[in-house]
Design a protein around this ligand. Structure first.
Ligand SMILES: Nc1ncnc2c1ncn2[C@@H]1O[C@H](COP(=O)(O)OP(=O)(O)OP(=O)(O)O)[C@@H](O)[C@H]1O
Ligand SMILES: [Mg+2]
Length: 290
């Protein structure tokens, strides 16, 4: 979906003096004000524990602000009734830090379910799934289960799933955290292309070389506050010494899945219910064709 940058109207996202306290003593964010316009590409940088995931989870309403206000297209997310949260999440592509893949579903099913959740037709699913799997370079593993994939491969499936509905907003938490430099560059090129087509993109990352190369806007967090906001086109260097950032080699590779948590995104229909509803054969009988 292409979304022209609006001259008037509210920003895509606005954070107004947002504080998140996980407990009396543990702060996720301590007074963050930030505006992100439609069509922007924003990197969120900062060392581990600085509040990047907390900021992203406010947008998906996995976390609620303790103080302040978070608005999406002018709508106060803190006031959103719980029952509207699934609808909110369908308006965005989400790549969680832990991938959130359904462990008992094959690669192509993981992606197809995201389309099912927004009522796309069987024909659309058949056409689009192979296309997006090709795009993130994982089509050759379409019939694998997540546990049969490497961390980087799982990451690409998570990205495919987030992109499948052409969301106007894409939120990615460390989308290259488990990829080698070549695959990281490919994923970032894909995100850049999407952004050129109008998608607003927010990426939390530790990957300093990539951030410096892409020359997009960089918002830097430290201990839950914004310590830097560098405009696109300007050269960025970390406020904190780069040694403080986790490097690719140090990243945890043994990720855990949480199918239960993921269901809140997809509201996965049971296989029986899905088959009954659509008359679609089960995956044993069919895989999508390119
Ligand atoms: N569910 C939670 N309960 C309690 N404290 C939390 C929770 N989630 C995050 N925190 C705390 O909030 C702070 C910010 O965490 P957050 O996950 O936002 O950091 P981050 O910048 O994403 O880090 P990383 O780079 O390691 O992913 C940290 O001190 C963290 O321990
Ligand atoms: Mg995080």
């Amino acid at each position: 979906m292409s979304m022209a940058k609006a001259e008037n109207g509210p920003p895509h996202l606005a954070f107004d003096r947002v504080e998140v306290y996980y407990s009396a003593l543990v702060a996720g964010l301590k007074g963050v004000s930030l505006s992100i316009e439609r069509g922007e590409f924003v990197f969120l940088c900062g060392q581990t524990g600085s509040g990047k995931s907390t900021l992203l989870k406010l947008i998906t309403r996995e976390v609620r602000e303790t103080k302040g206000q978070v608005s999406l297209l002018g709508r106060d997310l803190g006031q959103l009734p719980d029952r509207e949260i699934p609808y909110l999440r369908r308006q965005m592509g989400i790549v969680p830090q832990d991938y959130g893949l359904l462990p008992n579903k094959k690669v192509w099913e993981n992606v197809a379910y995201a389309m099912r959740a927004v009522d796309r037709s069987k024909r659309e699913v058949r056409a689009k799934v192979p296309q997006i799997l090709e795009q993130v370079n994982i089509m050759h593993r379409a019939d694998a289960f997540p546990y049969e994939l490497s961390g980087g491969e799982q990451q690409r499936v998570a990205i495919a799933r987030a992109l499948i509905n052409d969301p106007p907003l894409l939120i990615a938490d460390e989308p290259t955290g488990n990829l080698d430099p070549t695959h990281s560059a490919e994923i970032m090129a894909l995100l850049s292309r999407l952004n050129e087509q109008g998608t607003t993109i927010i990426v939390a990352t530790h990957d300093i070389p990539i951030v410096q190369r892409l020359q997009q806007r960089v918002v830097e967090l430290e201990f839950g506050t914004i310590v830097g906001d560098t405009a696109a086109g300007e050269t960025w260097s970390p406020n904190i010494s780069s040694a403080e950032y986790t490097t690719f080699e140090e990243k945890e590779t043994d990720y855990q899945f949480d199918g239960e948590e993921f269901e809140i995104y997809l509201e996965e229909p049971s296989p029986e219910a899905a088959a009954e509803e659509t008359g679609e054969p089960t995956h044993e009988e069919e895989t999508p064709r390119a």
